[in-house]
Design a protein around this ligand. Structure first.
Ligand SMILES: CC(C)(COP(=O)(O)OP(=O)(O)OC[C@H]1O[C@@H](n2cnc3c(N)ncnc32)[C@H](O)[C@@H]1OP(=O)(O)O)[C@@H](O)C(=O)NCCC(=O)NCCS
Length: 171
């Protein structure tokens, strides 16, 4: 468990069936093309798919503990390959190493599920996410033209990145 402040703690847990509404809100807070509850239910029903959600627990009114979702990762394992389908942290909680925790937890779980490589797509202009992935062993292996649709209607290319999990997952 990562300590943020004395009164706030982060926990990472697998997404359950009752988390889909919360997860959809989180996804919409992070991406222009937010995924609906139905999109997420379909995705998580595919064999090998799983989600992780980070909750921030803090003392609320009268010292009663409250928990709220602040980030998520969605992954899929197919035999010895895996994919990071989506990763996001709500804007007000960024730059606190939450994505690092999620990415490492997702990579470890995929590795434990038999995957030896992980692939992902990242927008070519998403310098922050690219830095995060490169620091975790991901390398560019391709480009997908017009992959993402932005809120302003523009499309942006994505890099496909690949990581050898056995070199980067800590035992
Ligand atoms: C990308 C994203 C998940 C990062 O989440 P985060 O919790 O803020 O990231 P972390 O604090 O764990 O950052 C880890 C490292 O990534 C890099 N990084 C993350 N955000 C960055 C930014 N805005 N600018 C530059 N580098 C950044 C840095 O190297 C950072 O390490 P540092 O803080 O020690 O410099 C978050 O900004 C987000 O949800 N963005 C919108 C959705 C998105 O783009 N998801 C990825 C799609 S592939």
């Amino acid at each position: 468990m990562l300590q943020l402040r004395r009164e706030a703690r982060l926990t990472i847990r697998p997404v359950g069936p009752f988390d889909l509404g919360r997860l959809s809100k989180l996804h919409k807070a992070c991406f222009d093309e937010g995924w609906s509850r139905a999109d997420l239910a379909h995705l998580l029903s595919l064999p090998g798919s799983f989600g992780l959600v980070v909750r921030l627990q803090e003392a609320g009114f009268a010292g009663i503990e409250q928990a709220r979702g602040v980030g998520f990762a969605l992954c899929r394992v197919v035999r010895d390959e895996s994919e990071l389908l989506s990763l996001g942290v709500v804007p007000e909680q960024r730059r606190r190493r939450i994505a690092v925790q999620l990415l490492e937890a997702g990579m470890a779980r995929c590795f434990a599920g038999g995957a030896r490589v992980m692939f992902l797509e990242v927008a070519v202009d998403n310098a922050g996410a690219r830095a995060l992935y490169e620091a975790h062993g991901f390398e560019r292996v391709g480009v997908r033209a017009d992959y993402y649709l932005r809120a302003d209607g523009n499309r942006v290319d994505a890099y496909t990145m690949r990581c050898d999990l056995d070199r980067f997952v800590r035992g």
